[in-house]
Design a protein around this ligand. Structure first.
Ligand SMILES: Cc1ncc(COP(=O)(O)O)c(C=O)c1O
Length: 487
């Protein structure tokens, strides 16, 4: 519907107040405002609009918002003659970025709504790419569903926590009891919970760059300050220990590592983990280790939990079934508190408080943790030669590094790659624009490096979950795009 003209708004307001043209003239005279009959009739017929003083008088007399009468505010923004209050998001969100579902993704959604098919290489969601959870997990959830109607204990069902505790034992995580395990609606909920329970305004926490952006978002949302340390592409994307040391201040409370890493696919060896532990020990930092991809490790490497190297420090280790068991939609993750819990007794009180406040995590999903973590691990078949993830990685790594101007550290784990673009060759100064241009030209959605708190405009992340035929098509289009693209 077109917006009402000034004349429409004037007539509408006069009718509402039951005033005729002559009443306005009389009211003006009573207030010594110069307003003739002919003026009013010209306003009503839309021939002219009044001067500011007259407009002010009319708005006051008709009891409407002056800006609305003038046409500067839409009718939908006015109620009872008054400008409606506008609701803005909290300023706490000013420093929060989560581009994994951000503006480039919004554009892709618009294009899809218009009927365009988009090839999505943007999100680590296994199910849409034909990765399914083992049947046994589904059978067991169905069998237990009727027993999952009520809330569980806040930190989780006994059976789930027992299985997680045994898992912690296998990973040599020290000093873990049943009370040190908390289930969550995905690791996501627990990251948010831990940041809220720990950080006072201005407290600093070391977070990798590039990162999985939820960590930075939750730290900032909690009032803390995410301080990014560099992961070094020249050294297999391992954390740069000197950079970590340089960024520690007397406000630094903790360090986050993501191992195996999203977005780089890097897997940290024991020596690197040991150096991080040494720094944390020297500066008395908590270690938060996000290990959601710990079972998706290739090339015969072994994943090591950093908590196993730090029995004297307080550590929190995160994992879940979203990726290893391909049930991201069921929302089940957990965290394990370990090591020196005495020094964190008060913080743990805070964690308990927030955990109690959310009552519990999704109970049907908790009911299958024991089934999922025990017995045959189907994920192992995906990550060896001939397995889908292994072969898809081989394909996309080779295809993308064949493009002149694109280089990449080969990922060892998870299902992501973080290739580097020669920005001088392609004259790229804005990586979000690059992602939008690729989307519009080739209908391929991926996330630019900036979405992972990477400061230079020279990287993008590829999710290599799609089957090889689909990746082939994607690689062909991306190759073509780089053959002509210049920003
Ligand atoms: C590094 C990392 N941590 C945490 C999560 C969140 O996982 P969840 O599904 O358990 O919330 C993701 C999801 O992509 C991730 O990549």
């Amino acid at each position: 519907m077109p917006e009402a003209t000034f004349a429409d708004r004037l007539k509408m307001s006069m009718e509402k107040q039951g005033l005729k043209q002559v009443d306005l003239v009389n009211a003006a005279a009573a207030q010594n405002v110069k307003l003739g009959k002919s003026h009013v009739s010209q306003y009503v017929s839309g021939k002219t609009v009044p001067r500011p003083e007259i407009l002010h008088f009319l708005a006051k007399t008709l009891q409407v918002e002056e800006e609305w009468l003038r046409g500067n505010i839409k009718t939908s923004e006015v109620s009872g003659g008054k400008k409606m209050r506008e609701f803005k998001k909290s300023s706490k969100l000013d420093d929060v970025l989560y581009d994994v579902r951000g503006p480039v993704v919004d554009e892709a959604t618009k294009m899809e709504e218009d009927g365009t098919q988009i090839l999505k290489l943007n999100i680590g969601n296994p199910a849409p790419f034909g990765f399914h959870t083992p049947d046994e997990v589904i059978y067991d959830m169905r069998r237990q569903l009727t027993q999952c109607e009520g809330y569980s204990p806040a930190n989780g069902l006994f059976s789930a926590r027992k299985a997680i505790m045994q898992y912690a034992q296998l990973k040599k995580i020290p000093n873990v009891t049943m009370d040190d395990i908390y289930t969550g609606n995905g690791v996501s909920e627990l990251i948010n919970l831990c940041m809220s329970a720990l950080l006072d305004n201005g407290d600093e926490i070391l977070i990798p760059s590039p990162d999985y952006p939820l960590w930075t978002a939750c730290a900032n949302l909690a009032g803390g300050k995410a301080v990014h340390y560099i992961c070094d592409e020249q050294s297999e994307w391992y954390p740069d220990i000197d950079d970590i040391k340089k960024k520690i201040t007397d406000r630094t409370k903790a360090i986050v590592i993501i191992n195996p890493n999203n977005p780089t696919g890097s897997l940290y060896p024991k020596e690197i983990l040991q150096q991080i532990v040494d720094v944390a020990r020297e500066h008395q930092l908590i270690i938060f280790s996000d290990e959601i991809y710990d079972r998706l490790v290739m090339d015969g490497h072994e994943h090591i939990s950093i908590a196993s190297l730090a029995p004297d420090l307080f550590c929190v280790t995160y994992s879940g079934l979203s990726k290893s068991h391909m049930i991201a939609g069921f929302r089940i993750g957990w965290m394990i508190l370990s090591g020196n819990k005495r020094i964190a007794a008060d913080y743990i009180e805070g964690i308990k408080m927030l955990s109690n406040m959310r009552l519990c995590s999704n109970v049907p999903a908790q009911s299958v943790v024991q089934t999922a973590l025990g017995g045959h691990q189907s994920v192992n078949d995906y990550v060896v030669p001939g397995g889908r993830l292994y072969e898809q990685r081989e394909f996309i790594y080779n295809a993308l590094t064949d493009i002149p101007g694109i280089t990449c550290v080969k990922p060892k784990a998870a299902f992501y790659m973080f290739p580097k673009i020669d920005i001088e060759k392609f004259n790229i100064t804005d990586d979000e624009k690059f992602a939008l241009d690729l989307l519009r030209d080739k209908k391929i959605l991926l996330i630019h490096g900036g979405g992972f708190n990477w400061k230079q405009p020279d990287h993008f992340r590829v999710v290599y979950l799609p089957r090889i035929e689909v990746l082939k098509e994607a690689a062909r289009k991306i190759t073509d795009f780089f053959s002509y693209y210049r920003q």
